[in-house]
Design a protein around this ligand. Structure first.
Ligand code: HOZ
Length: 438
């Protein structure tokens, strides 16, 4: 696509109407493009590594519906499995054999998971796991990290990442102080801060929850020893360690970050990839802890559409496609090529930048770095990011419309897609001045 032919008239018309119908014109805040300027592109269809908007523009997609599309959008095998499942109905609200199949696949893949409960979203998985942490330990306080996002439940809206960071809303009105008074926070990658919180609150902390590789402050990997350190500290204090792998699960490795870094939490939350593009979340972990969940135990949690047969079917097919030799090597290679290329181009065109990737997840900041956590991520030149985002969009490259979100690749992204992306980045970055604040 050339910038001269970039026309989004229909997107503009639809979004103008949407703003009168839905708050901000969207169903979820980050997609409103508030932090990058311009306005959202309205999609018409997706396939493989590509999306098409209502004006007929085609984009190479690095959002992948915020994570699920790891096999590429609308994979033919996922679609045909869904077509077959659809003929049997859309919802049972009762047990199905598909739940067993997906549960077994998840248990086999994710080292910490011995039992699993399916829910409908990552938010639901995280709010449920928090109740379970408290039920099991009989303690109320939790530790979360600045810039980590665990969905929009009240208890987690403290120094959260993702849309909250994007819109500069540190906390949200409507969240009672009493709900967040038990949420303690520490900077990501700071073991000393975690030790201090445990020292100040001995025997009160139910557990520590984190994104083992952060995606919601942009892409921020754990420093060497950080995950291992958390494992030791939590054990020492009789507290639980919970990995929120909604983003990283089946994305940076088939067994998630815990397999990649060989650190086993007590509990894990999942979402995105395990639903293959349909709404699914899950939480799971040690059998003794999971046995507390109703009806096996007293901790209540329920859901009409949980374990939905269509969602289970899409998840099963997606995991089947991923669980083949060479898939993660392919994802790792293509993503490294992309990020390595972007960093080289930034350097050659005179821009401070840093970034990295793990599996099929990546990020780029416009700061020399290094970025160890949210405070460092905020040093990125956000004005420049906005201009970069716009320039890429006009050249047919769809990036997450926020500096505080990770990027995602898929099995459908090919070398030529990366080459086209890098050519666009060279053009955009060559046209942007260092410290471009206009
Ligand atoms: N939780 C996703 C971003 N980290 C949701 C964004 C969206 O769908 O707008």
């Amino acid at each position: 696509m050339s910038t001269a032919t970039f026309n989004t008239a229909k997107s503009e018309e639809i979004f103008a109407a949407a703003q009168k119908l839905m708050p901000g014109g969207v169903s979820s805040p980050v997609r409103a493009f508030k932090s990058v300027g311009g306005q959202p592109i309205v999609f018409d269809r997706v396939e493989g590594a590509y999306i098409w908007d209502v004006d007929g523009n085609q984009y190479i997609d690095y959002v992948g519906t915020w994570g699920p599309a790891i096999c590429g959008h609308a994979h033919p095998e996922v679609i045909s499995a869904l077509e077959a499942a659809l003929k049997k109905g859309t919802s049972f609200g009762a047990p199905s054999a598909q739940e067993n199949v997906l549960a077994e696949m998840v248990i086999d893949a994710v080292p910490s998971i011995e039992m699993v409960r399916f829910v409908n979203s990552g938010t639901e998985a995280c709010m449920s796991v928090l109740r379970l942490m408290r039920a099991f330990t009989g303690r109320e306080k939790i530790i979360k990290f600045e810039g980590c996002y665990h969905g929009h439940a009240d208890m987690f809206l403290v120094k959260a990442g993702s849309g909250v960071a994007t819109l500069g809303l540190p906390d949200s009105p409507g969240v009672p102080k009493s709900t967040t008074s038990s949420t303690l926070t520490a900077p990501y990658n700071d073991l000393e801060a975690v030790k201090a919180l445990f020292a100040e609150n001995p025997k009160d902390i139910a557990g520590v929850i984190l994104e083992p590789v952060v995606g919601n402050s942009g892409f921020v990997p754990p420093d060497a020893g950080f995950l291992e350190g958390l494992r030791l500290i939590t054990k020492e204090h009789g507290a639980l360690l919970v990995f929120d792998e909604v983003m990283t699960g089946f994305r940076i490795a088939y067994g998630g970050a815990q397999a990649k870094f060989n650190v086993k939490p007590d509990l894990t939350t999942l979402g995105k990839v395990i639903g293959g593009g349909l709404p699914v979340g899950a939480y799971g972990g040690r059998q003794d802890i999971m046995s507390m969940v109703a009806p096996a135990g007293p901790m209540y949690q329920a859901g009409t559409l949980s374990g939905n047969p269509l969602a289970m079917t899409a998840g099963i097919k997606t995991l089947e496609l991923l669980n083949k030799s060479g898939t993660y090597e392919q994802l790792e290679e293509i993503t490294k090529k992309l990020v390595g290329g972007l960093l080289n181009i930034a350097k050659e065109t005179g821009h401070d930048a840093c970034g990295g990737s793990l599996g099929a997840m990546f990020g780029l900041f416009f700061t020399a770095g290094p970025v160890h956590g949210y405070e460092d991520a905020k040093k990125s030149d956000l004005v420049k990011f906005g201009k970069f985002h716009r320039g890429m969009l006009e050249r047919g490259i769809y990036l997450a419309p926020s500096q505080f979100e990770a990027g995602f690749t898929s099995l459908a992204h090919k070398d030529e897609d990366i080459d086209r992306t890098l050519a666009a980045a060279r053009e955009v970055l060559s046209g942007l001045k260092e410290k471009d604040k206009e």
